[in-house]
Write a new protein. Sequence first.
Length: 196
Amino acid sequence: MFWSRIAWIYDLIENIYNGKANRQTTDYVASLMSKDDSVLECACGTGMFSVKIAPRVKQLTATDFSDGMLKRTGKKCRKLDNIIIENGDITNLRFENNSFDKAVAANVIHLLDDPKKAIGELKRVVKPGGQIIIPTYIHFKESKAANLFNKLGADFKRHFDENTYREFFKELGIENVSFYVSEGRMNCDVAVFENI
Ligand SMILES: C[S@@+](CC[C@H](N)C(=O)[O-])C[C@H]1O[C@@H](n2cnc3c(N)ncnc32)[C@H](O)[C@@H]1O
């Protein structure tokens, strides 16, 4: 699978090429967490968000469908004892309805054939009144990293800018969304909404 193949290089791109924006984004997402939260993270990749979220919450369940990426999350989070790391597809979650206080799905929506199904799953497993947090790179195709990912064989289903990302949620009928943009070589737009 593509993501397992490139897991070794992923952190280099995230930490060095786009370190500034990623630090800002992960700090912002971590700041939304509370100590009593039980949080689901989907498409956790190498654990860039997981390692900042887990210390701030009661429990983090970090999932991804790439075992290669999950292995890196395991290494990065080895000192944290409140994190469960497991394989899972964001479009078909194994969890019961209303299982979590919050869900985070970062930089994955633009990769999915059916992002609506994924968001439906997040809404199903998060309690009513809980928070759903979806950071996504915008203007990604203009970055040098996009070029590299494309050469390596990535398959991006869509590309967002500030406007199309806002439209995306409107089209799904989700109106109560706030946005926070962190800037760097690959800007990231963090969408946050209450599950109603
Ligand atoms: C661009 S990386 C983002 C990783 C991490 N969230 C971050 O921001 O650093 C995309 C991740 O989405 C995962 N992914 C793609 N489609 C998925 C799916 N249907 N279910 C779960 N994970 C998926 C990939 O394995 C990869 O780890």
